[in-house]
Design a protein around this ligand. Structure first.
Ligand code: AVI
Length: 320
């Protein structure tokens, strides 16, 4: 399209940005697409179902940890916190925190998906009518400014649960932690959920559930490209593969072509070889000291660590 960006509707700009990024990823060798594209409406619903699978211990473990320690967390954070969540959380973890914080000043979810943000904000406003909710429809990996709530704020606290940080490689994760430090300021704090290293078989099973929900979640990426970029992926001709790379301490997820085939994406053709793998997600697992090293590289110190009884998951308190 040769129209200047200023003459385009915002949705056209988003479409072109998506198309160009997907084209770049498909043209790269090895091919690589960002896991952020998983989360359209169908993908977000599938992710909710992953969280209910027996093999996916992550959500259950974090929730149990939060239930056990949330009072202590809230006490350490103090009164009049502006809770800034990376991602839109209308879920139980967010509510636990809001229920225990002393006179929270505001809740600020930062979410790239407009529909997810709208739904979670509607639910939270209903559950907490007196709480000021300021929704930011933005990408939390980009530079951001915090809103100014009406009431007094003692400190901003960034809440980044779910081990979503693990979906970024080390360089990206450190950059994200730097942005987090800048956003929360010198008096700010962050509570970050991280999945810990454990038996590789347990980890690998979590990304290969028996009901095939994770496989459907992964392949929904292709379905999304069909829907939004007028692509013609035949989902039967691709499969999901997730392996735990012990040396790198991360699950690596791929979409693998079952045969030699040609696919068109937004009018551009791409040829896949039989068994060719396209990287679509990493889920990093850490030791607490590995994570503390990353935080230190971003100018943040770990001042408290809460773990569950089996030490499978940790919620870490960070301070500048
Ligand atoms: C959102 N994120 C932390 C999940 C994870 O465990 O990496 C996404 C996911 N992918 C497959 N299963 C769950």
């Amino acid at each position: 399209m040769s129209v200047p960006a200023s003459g385009l509707h915002q949705d056209d700009v988003r479409y072109l940005a998506m198309r160009d990024e997907i084209w770049r990823g498909l043209a790269a060798r090895p091919r690589k697409l960002s896991s952020k594209w998983f989360y359209d409406e169908a993908g977000s619903a599938l992710f909710e179902r992953i969280c209910e699978q027996d093999e996916y211990y992550v959500t259950r473990t974090e929730l149990a940890l939060m239930r056990e320690h949330v009072a202590a967390m809230a006490k350490m954070l103090g009164p009049q916190v502006m809770l800034v969540e990376y991602g839109s959380g209308s879920g139980e973890k967010t509510r636990l925190l809001l229920d225990h914080l002393e006179r929270p000043a505001a809740y600020v979810p930062i979410e790239i998906s407009r529909t997810a943000l709208r739904d979670s904000v509607a639910q939270l406003r209903q559950a907490y009518p007196a709480l000021e909710v300021v929704a930011l429809n933005a990408d939390f990996t980009e530079p951001l400014l915090l809103p100014r709530p009406h009431g007094p704020v003692r400190r901003p606290v960034v809440y980044f649960p779910g081990s979503t940080l693990g979906n970024f490689n080390r360089r990206e994760a450190v950059d994200l932690l730097i942005r987090m430090r800048q956003l929360m300021g010198p008096n700010g704090r962050a509570l970050v959920g991280i999945d810990l290293k454990k038996d590789p078989l347990l980890i690998e099973a979590a990304y290969n559930d028996g009901a095939g929900v994770t496989a459907a979640f992964t392949l929904n990426l292709l379905a999304r490209l069909n829907r939004e970029l007028d692509a013609d992926f035949d989902l039967q001709q691709f499969h999901h593969r997730a392996r735990y790379n012990v040396m790198r301490g991360r699950v690596e997820t791929f979409i693998v072509s079952r045969c030699a085939q040609r696919v068109s994406v937004a009018g551009r053709p791409f040829a896949f070889a039989a068994d060719e793998a396209m990287a679509v997600e990493i889920s990093c697992k850490y030791t607490v000291s590995e994570f503390a090293g990353m935080a230190a590289a971003a100018g943040l110190g770990v001042t408290h660590v809460w773990t569950d009884r089996r030490a499978w998951f940790a919620v870490v308190l960070l301070e500048p």
